[in-house]
Design a binder for this molecule. Structure first.
Ligand code: VAH
Length: 318
């Protein structure tokens, strides 16, 4: 039977890319949804506020949804500015997703968690799969509680919910919104216009990041794994590349020598300082064969080339 997939938060940075990848795999009908209008002219779209149980049920029943990628969320920076909104969307939106999945036999759900579930102190700045943590952001608390809610609904009701703790996701689209890692997306759009970039994190602030194609591939590989390969039903650690604003600026300068970075700090610095610098993703590699493909130089090359094709010749790294 053809899979009928609902993506909530489809207008977001990950949702738009996820839609593209799932369309490529074929044999599935995809309904895009978001709380705002159909910004990207998705062929099948529903304006959906996931905090409204009845509206959510109407969409699931109307389209006979069999799988949900629940991407709707308020991210770390915006969640510190509006705690109540973050709690309502991140917790009640997930609760509605799980209860509707239980009531309407949705057979597979993806829940995006984040490395934001971790908070300092870390041994050697690394967060392991089972590092116990007390998140210091509303977003991190929401994601940690969300992971445990997913684990509960799996064990108590048999729902097949799968989850990944995404690092900061970096891609060429200028649609990262409300996150602490947004600088690593914004920087490219200034650099290709020969503008300097005023970064809101300090130069040495190292964070776990991942190129968006790797993040989406990990998501689909996890969702396509056999059930018995999934040993962790809270959320899997996932690692890509860790870098600082200074390091990505230096990599961009290899292609755009005149690029200049300046620095200031706002509330996002303390969020970043609470997060690990590196992620141990041994369990994802063991259970479902995860392996990242993009390092910093390859990511920078690919993004610049997508923003202005053939402008930045590939630099052969030694
Ligand atoms: C944020 N991009 O900055 C998200 C992500 C690890 C960071 O969760 O809130």
């Amino acid at each position: 039977m053809k899979k009928r997939i609902l993506i909530t938060g489809a207008n977001g940075q990950v949702g738009t890319k996820l839609y593209e990848y799932l369309m490529h795999f074929g044999n599935c009908q995809i309904i895009a949804s978001d709380v705002s209008e159909n910004k990207f002219n998705f062929p099948e779209y529903e304006k959906l506020d996931v905090t409204s149980y009845s509206d959510y049920v109407d969409v699931v029943v109307k389209h006979g949804i069999t799988q949900v990628y629940h991407m709707a969320a308020i991210l770390s920076s915006k969640g510190e500015i509006n705690n109540q909104l973050a709690w309502n969307v991140n917790m009640n939106g997930l609760m509605n997703t799980l209860n509707i999945a239980k009531e309407y036999n949705i057979n597979k759900i993806f829940f995006p968690s984040s490395i934001a579930v971790f908070a300092e102190p870390f041994e050697n700045k690394i967060a392991n799969q089972n590092t116990i943590s007390t998140p210091t952001t509303m977003y991190g608390m929401n994601k940690l509680a969300g992971e445990n809610l997913c684990n509960y609904y799996h064990h108590k009701f048999g729902l097949d919910i799968r989850s990944i703790r995404y690092p900061g996701i970096i891609g060429p689209e200028n649609n990262a919104g409300g996150g602490t890692t947004d600088y690593a997306v914004e920087i490219f759009h200034h650099a290709v216009k020969n503008e300097s970039y005023n970064c809101f994190l300090s130069a040495p602030t190292t964070l776990p990041m991942i190129y968006i194609d790797d993040a989406i591939r990990a998501t689909i590989e996890l969702m396509r794994s056999e059930k018995d390969e999934i040993k962790i039903r809270t959320s899997y650690n996932l690692a890509g590349i860790s870098f600082s604003p200074y390091q990505i600026a230096q990599e961009i300068k290899k292609h755009i020598p005149n690029f200049r970075m300046t620095y200031f700090q706002d509330h996002r610095q303390s969020i970043a300082d609470s997060w690990p610098q590196y992620i141990n993703d041994d369990e994802a590699r063991r259970d479902w064969g995860w392996k990242h493909e993009y390092d910093l130089s390859k990511m920078v090359q690919v993004i610049l080339d997508q923003l202005i094709p053939n402008q930045y010749p590939k630099i052969e790294t030694a």
